[in-house]
Design a binder for this molecule. Structure first.
Ligand code: COA
Length: 420
């Protein structure tokens, strides 16, 4: 395919998210209002909401999670933006990233100058079994779900194939969880904003308070190998290899590049976008990579005129720990079979050579599926503007990337961001 270019430049001039977690007292529209207001506060020079011309909302399944279909105009109304046209984008867990891509294309085409991109999901209304069932509708429901697969099961199959091919062990997966919880402990918006050592201390304190014997863990590895504290979900994936069930929302304000300085002295430009599709997992010859992620990344790099090496930090789709390892290879950061070694060696740590998921990733920050791809951009915005506080990645963050995956890589979408 020939290299595609944006018809004109697109800039990000505002970004916000609500805290992720479980909020039984709130509807998704309440969370979206919080994210939108936070986005509004982030626009350096302010903006007129009436100037927003169209709205794209990433949402996987408000129908099944909340019994609310036709979500986009509900969100537009909640933030006072009717009658601007509002469109819901559904591409499973990649809904948010694909909503961003629609926003980018709407501006690049010349059709609009100012676009709101949002992402929402309210998953915790349902018990875990029903959430698992609902998420399962994003897989192939004719062949995969009747065979007994669930999402932890799919990623367990990917992990098993990867272990077999490259000699990775379950402990290598745990390195990803340890790192992402460390990063998430510095993120006030994270659902599980606590390091694993602090989580252990909390468990010990709770046991003592209840008059029960305190667990005898000496190290984080004792905790992560304890079947009681970190039970197997689908071998080799344990509880701490999984992203949680979450509620959350995020919002972004995009404008045409030529108008960016009306709104901000520090806009972040979206210089590359790529998206690809793939067959369901059961139809793939190799489970150890997601070809659509590789293709999406190539498109985004070519459009931006950069290579994987140039990217200074990335938010990748770690719905399970194995997914982060595979993502860092699909994106070309590391060679196939090297990703788990880089996580072990600290290369992907916040202060490493290739910082991955400084936000805590989906693992620690939470994964309200339709919001995740938009919230990834919030982190890149904060980091590239030097506003990430205690979790600030050091150095000159000239180029950032987001990688968002639907299901088992049936949809993959990648964006490249530049600070000029
Ligand atoms: N990581 C760490 N701890 C977690 C956790 C996670 N992902 N999910 C829940 N917990 C903790 C809870 O805080 C709770 O701790 P507490 O007892 O100290 O309060 C405990 O585990 C039990 O929580 P509960 O909500 O009852 O867990 P669950 O067994 O119902 O659900 C999973 C756990 C892993 C099954 C669920 O989070 C899950 O399905 N995750 C994957 C979601 C998914 O597939 N997303 C789409 C990806 S493509």
């Amino acid at each position: 395919m020939s290299v595609r270019k944006l018809g004109r430049g697109v800039a990000l001039v505002g970004a916000g998210m609500c805290k992720f977690g479980a909020f039984p007292e709130k509807a998704s529209r309440d969370l979206f209002v919080e994210a939108y207001k936070e986005m509004g506060r982030s626009v350096d020079k302010g903006f007129d909401p009436k100037a927003i011309e169209t709205i794209y909302i990433g949402n996987y399944s408000s129908d099944l999670f909340e019994r609310q279909g036709h979500t986009a105009p509900i969100m537009a109304d909640a933030v006072g933006l009717c009658p601007a046209p509002a469109v819901r984008i559904e591409d499973a867990c990649a809904s948010g990233g694909v909503a961003l891509r629609q926003g980018v294309m709407a501006i690049a085409s010349g059709m609009y100058d100012m676009v709101l991109v949002g992402g929402i999901e309210k998953m915790t209304n349902l018990p875990t079994a029903e959430v698992t069932d609902t998420l399962g509708t994003a897989a192939d429901t004719l062949f995969e779900i009747p065979a007994g697969f669930t999402f932890p099961g799919f990623y367990a199959a990917i992990a098993t194939a990867y272990m077999h091919k490259y000699g990775m062990t379950p402990e290598h997966l745990m390195n990803v969880a340890i790192k992402n919880h460390e990063n998430g402990s510095l993120n006030p918006n994270a659902q599980f904003g606590v390091t694993i050592p602090d989580w252990m201390k909390g468990r010990v304190a709770a046991a003592i308070k209840k008059g029960k014997p305190a667990p005898a863990w000496q190290t984080v590895w004792d905790f992560l190998h304890d079947d009681g504290a970190n039970p197997l979900v689908a071998w080799p994936l344990r509880l701490f290899d999984c992203s949680p069930i979450s509620d959350g929302a995020a919002a972004l304000l995009l404008v045409s590049a030529e108008r960016a300085h009306e709104f901000s002295e520090k806009p972040i430009y979206i210089v590359g976008t790529g998206q690809a599709s793939d067959s369901p997992l059961h139809d793939r010859a190799d489970l150890t990579a997601l070809p659509a992620a590789h293709l999406a990344a190539q498109q985004a790099y070519e459009m931006a005129g950069v290579t994987a090496k140039d990217i200074r930090l990335a938010e990748v789709h770690d719905c399970f720990t194995i997914a982060e390892i595979v993502a860092t290879e699909d994106l070309g950061f590391f060679a196939p079979g090297e990703g788990f070694k880089m996580a072990e060696d600290g290369v992907t740590a916040r202060t490493g050579a290739k910082p991955i998921n400084s936000s805590g990733g989906l693992k620690s920050k939470g994964h309200p599926v339709g919001a995740s791809g938009v919230a990834q951009v919030f982190e890149i915005w904060k980091q590239m503007r030097g506003e990430a506080g205690p979790r600030q990645v050091p150095g000159d963050l000239s180029l950032g990337l987001t990688h968002n995956v639907g299901a088992t890589g049936n949809t993959c979408v990648v964006h490249v961001f530049e600070k000029k």
